[in-house]
Unconditional design. Structure first.
Length: 102
């Protein structure tokens, strides 16, 4: 199982960390990098502190779950994934949904 503490990932690295990137996708992207979704494919991915994600990050994860593929930064080629996603948070998600935050 691959574990990711969502609270520890800076917003600027979110997509690269989860989806990976291709060489040249941004400054300092000197080589291809496989993201956590692709690494966990065929197994489980545990996202801790999912309640800390912004709405835009939540949308990107929802899209991955619906489409069952990722597109690494700097690529236009979908990479199929097959994962079991497990999430945890210390926040009240029911309340966050009512407030439009989750």
């Amino acid at each position: 199982m691959i574990t990711v503490d969502m609270a520890s990932i800076p917003v600027t690295l979110f997509e690269s960390e989860l989806f990976g990137h291709r060489k040249g996708a941004f400054t300092d992207a000197r080589q291809d990098r496989v993201g956590r979704f692709e690494t966990a494919s065929g197994g489980s991915l545990f996202l801790d502190e999912i309640g800390n994600l912004s709405l835009s990050m939540q949308t990107k994860i929802l899209n991955v779950l619906q489409e069952r593929h990722i597109i690494p930064l700097g690529s236009n080629k979908p990479v199929p994934i097959d994962i079991r996603l497990i999430c945890a948070t210390n926040k009240n998600l029911d309340k966050m949904v009512i407030e439009g935050l989750f």
